[in-house]
Design a binder for this molecule. Structure first.
Ligand SMILES: [Zn+2]
Length: 170
């Protein structure tokens, strides 16, 4: 690994370590709910309210729209957005770019882990995967696994951007 790449990864790691963990969960929750809101608006629905519970739960009240897409795309939209923003920042030559890139990766990883945790390991009745499973008549763990795998796939653009480039200028 080239020295410049090491410095960039170090900066990103520093930014990641400075992200306070409780706030990370809160921000990740807001991003997750905004994903549902975006999916609702994109499928002709209307946003009624966005509530964040003190217990770390969130709820987006929506009328209309496509319920399957709102449930399935909601969690994936913020992950994919962070992946694309992060990948672009990783490729930026700016010496400051690794800091926001590291933060984007922290939030993306948090969202992916939350999706796996709530969909697969601890699926509650209000979890997106449980509600999707009910709509489709499928076992909830299967839907949780599928959503989790899709979430992991959103890390590909970042992995691609982080791959050492063979023709580095330095
Ligand atoms: Zn959700």
């Amino acid at each position: 690994m080239k020295r410049a790449e090491q410095q960039r990864l170090g900066s990103a790691l520093l930014a990641a370590l400075l992200a306070p963990l409780p706030a990370t969960g809160r921000v990740a929750l807001v991003l997750h709910e905004l994903g549902h809101a975006a999916a609702a608006l994109g499928t002709g629905g209307r946003l009624r309210a966005l509530n964040l519970g003190a217990d770390g739960s969130g709820q987006t009240a929506i009328s209309g729209g496509n319920p399957v897409l709102i449930l399935a795309l909601g969690p994936l939209i913020p992950m994919l957005s962070l992946a694309l923003i992060g990948a672009r920042l990783w490729r930026s030559p700016s010496p400051l770019a690794p800091y926001p890139a590291g933060l984007a990766l922290v939030f993306q990883l948090r969202l992916v882990l939350d999706l796996l945790l709530h969909g697969l390991l601890r699926p509650g009745p209000q979890a997106d995967s449980t509600r999707l499973a009910t709509l489709w008549g499928l076992p909830a763990p299967l839907v949780g696994l599928a959503l989790g795998l899709l979430g992991l796939l959103t890390l590909l653009p970042v992995a691609q951007a982080l791959r050492p480039r063979p023709f580095s200028d330095r």
